[in-house]
Structures are given as structure tokens and as C-alpha cells.
Design a binder for this molecule. Structure first.
Ligand code: NAP
Length: 352
């Protein structure tokens, strides 16, 4: 261990530690590795050290000492700024993040690499358009049939179709490899059957809802475990439903699958919190898309869901009730969940 020499009220090591402790904090929040912290911890050997002949505590140091002092300060400032503003050594592997004061890290949409599942659906298309508007660098379009994308989007340079049926493990694994640079995962694809518990004669519809809305979401997230979205500064958005919170019996098995996905969202959030990964749950009420046509008016526009969600991501929020309709329902739910559930429970299938 080298001895630190006094430098005014600070020692040489103090200044370097001040710089590297900033790094350690931001590295930890960003999922930084021990090796990387060690590397930066050794940067202080680059800082010129005062010669023993210099008298640091005298009021007017000799010019060579003064020069060394200035160089020391400048190098320390450069190291600190590189750490605080933008760590150039981590650029390749990190999601673009906005570093706010007081240590909050928010996902930055501009420059992000997104994967949107169900990109050809009503809300999926709205997400893709909103991401393009906000300056995403690349967007993987997860779809079961790439032909279904024909004519949907005008800007093609940034869009990369990926064949992705969430009930097919081989396609999930392949998508995980292709989209390994993803920084923003939007789990949007969903299946709904509007079948009751006893009105349905078998498990086919209920299983499909669970396969897509719960297991598919989990499997794809696992397949992307090494992507920046899950490792450093990224974000995961799970499009759940207001029906994850209250059960609508005409879509009872769908509600069950979304409640399962909500529990999974909370689990992922807890697991990824130490890496500073934002995990967002989205709770839209009925939205104007073909699959949900049986739900009553008034409805949200898909664009409201996409814009509200991306605003919340950029603001560092974890739960989103997009649009005024969802926010109104959330207020009702928070005040009296039992009364809301009783109201929803009047909509049932006839049981033969
Ligand atoms: N609309 C609403 O009222 C509402 C309300 C709350 C939450 N949500 C949720 O919002 C999300 C988007 O729904 P949406 O309203 O936009 O409905 P949508 O237009 O029917 O879109 C659903 C998307 O999911 C895809 N999908 C279905 N099964 C799949 C599978 N096995 N593998 C991969 N993709 C699959 C569909 O692809 P294909 O075109 O190949 O079928 C389609 O792209 C869903 O998670 C839904 O539960 C919707």
C-alpha cells in the first residue's frame, strides 16, 4: 500500500476515492461488475503523484509543484465527469439512461433498442409508432406472421421483424439471440378468449391465455436475460390489464392470466431492482382494438396506451394507468375495491 501524501485538506487518495466512489455507486445501480469497479479503482495510479521535494502545505508552491497540482486536479475532474455524465467504457453494453439528480435512473427512449411483441396488433402498432416518434434507434417487431406487417409502417430502416410465437420455445430462444442488444422490452402480445370458467367445456382457451399472457412473457424475458434490458440501465414493460386487479367474469380466465402476469411483474421488479432495471406494469381499461370488441364503450385509443406508457417509463414510474379512463377506474379501485368487484361480477356467462 502506498502512503497518501497531504494535499491541502485532502490527500491524493481522497480525491481519487471521491471520483471512484461515484463510479461505484452508478455501476452498482447499472448492474456494474466487480471487475469494472476494480478497474476504475486502479485509475488513481494514472494520476501524477506529488514529488517528495514539493512542500504541499506552504502558501506559495514552486512552479513544478503547482503544475503537478493542476494536472492532478484536472485528471480528477475528468475522471469524475466521465463517471457522472457518461461512462464511455460501458457504452457498448448499456442501455441509454437518463441520470437524474438524487440518484434516480430513468430509461431514455431516444436511442433505445426496443422489442415489441404483438407488434402487428392494435396497441402493438401504437407502441411502434410512438417509439419511432420518440427517437428509438431500432425496433424489433415480434410477430407470429411477418407477412401481417405489410403496409403497416412507413419507416422501415429501423424496423426488424422477428418471427415470434410466444407458445413456441424454439422461436422464443431464437428471438432472444437475434434481439440480444435490446434495451427496452415491451411484452405486449396477449390472447383473450372471453370464455367463462364453467361456460367453457375444456381448458383449451384458458390454457392458451395462460401460455401467451403468463408463460410466454416469462419465457421471452428469460431468453433475454443477458440483454442490456435486463442487465444494465434498461427497462421491461409488461402490458397487463385493469382486469389483473379486478375480475370480469365474462373474461374470467383472461383476468386470471393477467393477475398471474401481475405477480410475475412484481417478482421481476424485485429481482431486477439491484441492477437498476425499471419494470413497469401497464393497466389499461377497455381499448379500441379488434380482439377486445366485445368490451363496452367508452374505450381508450391504442395511442393513449402507448404514449401514456412511454411517458411513465421516461418518468421512472412502475405502474401505469394510461389515459383518463384508466386513471378514473384506478381511483374507483383504490377507494373501494370490493364495490368495484361487485359491479364487475354482474357480467357473467350463462352456465348450461
Ligand atoms: N384492447 C383492450 O381492451 C386491452 C385492455 C387491456 C389490456 N390489453 C392488452 O394489450 C395487449 C395488446 O392487445 P390489443 O388490444 O392490441 O389486441 P390485439 O390487437 O388482438 O393484439 C394482440 C397481439 O398479440 C399477438 N398474439 C396473440 N397470440 C400470440 C402468440 N401466441 N404469440 C405471439 N403473439 C401473439 C397477436 O398476434 P396475431 O396478430 O398473430 O394474432 C397480436 O399482435 C394484450 O396483452 C392485451 O391483453 C388490451
Amino acid at each position: 500500500m502506498r502512503q497518501a501524501r497531504p494535499l491541502g485538506n485532502f490527500s491524493h487518495t481522497h480525491l481519487v476515492e471521491a471520483a471512484t466512489s461515484n463510479l461505484s455507486r452508478s455501476s452498482l445501480e447499472n448492474g456494474g461488475t466487480v471487475a469494472r469497479r476494480r478497474f476504475f479503482g486502479h485509475l488513481h495510479w494514472l494520476v501524477p503523484r506529488p514529488r517528495s521535494s514539493c512542500h504541499w502545505l506552504v502558501p506559495r508552491p514552486r512552479s513544478s509543484c503547482r503544475l503537478t497540482l493542476i494536472i492532478t486536479y484536472v485528471i480528477n475532474i475528468i475522471i469524475t465527469m466521465a463517471i457522472i455524465i457518461d461512462n464511455p467504457w460501458e457504452k457498448q453494453s448499456q442501455a441509454p439512461v437518463q441520470l437524474h439528480f438524487f440518484g434516480e435512473i430513468h430509461m431514455k427512449i431516444e436511442g433505445s433498442v426496443a422489442l415489441v411483441t404483438g407488434a402487428n396488433g392494435g396497441i402493438g402498432q401504437a407502441f411502434v409508432r410512438e417509439l419511432l416518434k420518440r427517437g428509438a434507434k431500432k425496433i424489433y417487431l415480434g410477430v407470429r406472421d411477418p407477412g401481417s406487417l405489410r403496409g403497416l409502417f412507413t419507416e422501415s430502416g429501423k424496423l426488424v421483424p422477428v418471427m415470434l410465437d410466444l407458445t413456441k420455445p424454439a422461436q422464443i430462444e431464437a428471438a432472444g439471440k437475434v434481439a440480444s442488444d435490446v434495451t427496452l422490452l415491451i411484452n405486449n402480445a396477449g390472447a383473450v378468449a372471453f370464455s367463462g370458467a364453467l361456460a367453457a367445456r375444456d381448458l383449451v382457451a384458458a390454457r392458451q391465455e395462460m401460455e401467451v399472457n403468463y408463460f410466454g412473457l416469462l419465457a421471452l424475458t428469460q431468453a433475454l436475460r443477458n440483454s442490456p434490458a435486463l442487465r444494465s440501465g434498461g427497462a421491461i414493460v409488461n402490458v397487463l390489464s385493469f382486469l389483473a386487479l379486478v375480475t370480469l367474469p365474462v373474461a374470467g380466465t383472461y383476468s386470471a392470466s393477467k393477475s398471474a402476469a401481475l405477480a410475475l411483474t412484481r417478482t421481476l421488479r424485485a429481482e431486477l431492482k439491484p441492477r437498476g432495471i425499471q419494470v413497469v406494469g401497464v393497466f389499461p381499461v377497455q381499448t379500441d382494438t379488434p380482439a377486445f370488441a366485445p368490451l363496452p364503450e367508452p374505450k381508450l385509443k391504442p395511442e393513449e396506451v402507448a404514449a401514456g406508457t412511454l411517458d411513465a417509463v421516461a418518468a421512472g414510474e412502475e405502474e401505469v394507468f394510461p389515459g383518463a379512463l384508466s386513471r378514473g377506474a384506478a381511483d374507483f379501485f383504490k377507494k373501494d375495491p370490493a364495490a368495484l368487484q361487485a359491479r364487475m361480477s354482474t357480467s357473467v356467462h350463462a352456465v348450461g
